[in-house]
Design a protein around this ligand. Sequence first.
Ligand SMILES: Cc1cc2nc3c(=O)[nH]c(=O)nc-3n(C[C@H](O)[C@H](O)[C@H](O)COP(=O)(O)O)c2cc1C
Length: 314
Amino acid sequence: MKNVLLVTYSQTGQVSEIATRLVAPLIEAGHRVHTECLQPETPFPWPWRFVDFIDVFPECVQLDAPPNRPLGIAEHEEFDLVILAYQVWYLAPSLPMTAFLQSAAGRRLIAGKPVITLVACRNMWLTAQATMRRLIAEAGGRLIDHLAFVDRAPALATFITTPRWVLTGRRDAFLGLPPAGVDEAEVRSARRYGEVLNGALAGDAERGSGPLLAGLGAAVVDPRLIISERAGSRAFAVWSRIIRACGRRGQWRRRPALLLFAIYLVLMILTVVPLSLLLQRLLAPLLAPRLQRLKQELERPSGSAGWRVSEDVR
Ligand SMILES: Cc1cc2nc3c(=O)[nH]c(=O)nc-3n(C[C@H](O)[C@H](O)[C@H](O)COP(=O)(O)O)c2cc1C
């Protein structure tokens, strides 16, 4: 029987619920699963006040995370597999997950261990996952699988429904737009990965180089988002440095720069994003080979192929 560590941070419970469904088959099979819900020393608000929501941006991008409370794990406890379930904040892992990966305790737990990442967010997880991949490698962990759960509603609808959810706490359908977040059926589908993972653990497959969850359509990259994410992450790097030069988180003196950033963000979403989608459609024949190559690279290690989906997994 294996000793599995699930590390999660979720504000609404969406990420945790997906992760719980993933590990349910392992628990039923008798494996020990220790769940560690990260707790920042100073909790982040839910729903977010607009000013706090914008103010957290520079530190997310620059990976300057405030500390979490100590973990509830005995100092010398060893795990056979670590699962990191996280959300994306400003194209970066959420600050509590970043803090975990940078902490001495987090790095010790990951060193030399196979790691599975699970992300649930609006739809932009590529840059955040590249950061997760780097931090896991720096801690000496081996990323063997990645599962991505996103809001499948049209991108333009989610530009309204996600901020509404985050800023008001309301995720229901409104004005003809679909509810915010990962669809309920998709949340439930996390179990099928757990079934396959269970079979793999029975054969000690986590000791190999992985992936264990290939062929299940675990990480599907929308090639149209690759260019938007790259442009966004470059702009975010510049803006986050400018804002931090004006003051620290919570200080009034950086608020003018934060306001300018908020205006920039809205203008970007209203102009550059639709324009870039249109340009990509027009240039599709030219861009397709390169985007296809990048798509395959970004979907590693688990990939988007679905050749095992019809296997007998509940
Ligand atoms: C400060 C903040 C920034 C966010 N930035 C992004 C983002 O860049 N990309 C994205 O896909 N989702 C983003 N989201 C949405 C979250 O990834 C997530 O879906 C949402 O907060 C619900 O997570 P939870 O249900 O686990 O609490 C952001 C949310 C917050 C609070």
